[in-house]
Design a protein around this ligand. Structure first.
Ligand code: GRG
Length: 353
């Protein structure tokens, strides 16, 4: 039986294997854990969709998400005010404030709160990960990369502002993300050692151990006969690493103990990979209008994806196992505190765009 996730352990902080196994013959996946109720990831919301608790006193994920999204959007708006040169600031704001699910900021804030930190302390890292994410979308859409013209329901940045400005807007967002963490943590009274550690975590996630690595292997793999191990490498680095950094940075600035931070890291690695598996399934099951970006792109460019290598049902089964494994990592924490991160994992599994 081959391991499917060897690269999940190849980060700066090695962790024990995550114990996801896939049979090379039938692609059925055997993870250690199962969660009752998580039956079919990436489903149209039906009675299978995990229900948000209705009890007034109980945790409501919808309310939680909505209120955090407002706070994050306002903070991002303040972080990148209109300025000079006007064209550059317009280009930065165009993509950063174009919507988006704000999953990465949500992870940072929820992880911070889970370890007992104040949501406000997580605001600088939450905004920073969204700036990095937006930079990666702008660059990913460029003609020299994926050459896409639709993102977040709007024409891509380079279509509106031109390639040079789009490139520079991405660069400026990347630089600003680190400035924002450094200054913002100090303003929110986050101890300097935590802020420094968060900066290092984020930088590691962006560079040659993270996004850039995943992207370069992704590009090099175009047209090649890519197997599951390479696919996993690409997505652990290109997609999962930033989600992991978001949650870990939240836990760091929230003052989490070492074992809490590492538990959250393991949770987020599962969730990060889940995010990409779901993304691949949505690419073949939803329309461009529904996604706000070009659907069917992977198929059109003959890219290796989870549905291609496992079939849509196999990818859905894998997604369900990843949710279960992610949630199992939260079992060590006080249950009530884990609600946002549990619901966030399910939200990612059941999202429709
Ligand atoms: C410049 C150092 C440097 C690195 C950039 C371009 C690049 C290297 C990496 C590409 C990373 C990338 C775009 C990965 C795809 C991740 C993904 C599934 C994005 C979609 O995220 P959502 O669904 O988007 O959260 P919204 O719009 O909701 O925020």
């Amino acid at each position: 039986m081959a391991k499917i996730a060897p690269f999940l352990v190849h980060h700066a902080t090695p962790l024990p294997s995550l114990k996801l196994h896939i049979s090379p013959r039938n692609t059925s996946l055997h993870a250690k854990h199962s969660t009752p109720g998580v039956r079919c990831a990436v489903a149209t919301p039906t009675s299978n969709t995990p229900a948000v608790l209705q009890d007034e006193d109980a945790f409501s994920f919808e309310r939680y998400m909505a209120s955090k999204a407002v706070t994050v959007n306002e903070a991002l708006d303040r972080a990148v005010p209109p300025g000079q040169p006007e064209r550059l600031s317009e280009s930065m704001r165009y993509s950063l404030l174009a919507g988006g699910k704000r999953v990465r900021p949500m992870l940072a804030i929820a992880a911070c709160e889970m370890v007992g930190g104040d949501a406000a302390a997580a605001s600088p890292v939450a905004c920073a990960v969204e700036m990095v994410h937006t930079m990666s979308l702008i660059h990913d859409d460029l003609p020299c990369m994926d050459d896409d013209d639709l993102r977040r329901g709007h024409p891509t940045n380079h279509v509106v502002f031109g390639v040079s400005t789009a490139l520079l807007a991405g660069d400026a967002l990347l630089a600003l993300s680190f400035e924002h963490v450094s200054r913002g943590c100090a303003e929110h009274g986050v101890p300097a050692d935590r802020a420094l550690r968060a900066v290092a975590e984020l930088a590691n996630a962006v560079g040659a151990s993270g996004l850039a690595a995943g992207q370069v292997v992704d590009i090099a793999s175009e047209g090649a006969d890519v197997g599951l191990a390479t696919l996993e490498y690409i997505h652990v680095h290109k997609t999962a690493r930033l989600l992991e950094a978001a949650a870990v940075c939240g836990a760091i600035v929230g003052g989490g103990a070492e074992e809490e931070i590492e538990g959250i890291r393991r949770y987020a690695r599962y969730v990060g990979l889940l995010f990409q598996v779901v993304d691949d399934v949505l690419d073949v099951t939803r329309t461009s209008e529904q996604l706000g970006k070009t659907a069917g792109k992977d198929l059109a460019t003959d890219k290796a994806t989870y549905p291609k290598l496992m079939g849509v049902d196999g990818a859905r089964a894998y997604a369900a196992e990843l949710v279960a494994s992610a949630e199992a990592e939260l079992d060590r924490f006080d249950h009530a505190r884990t609600e946002p991160l549990r619901h966030l994992a399910r939200f990612i599994a059941y999202r429709q765009n």
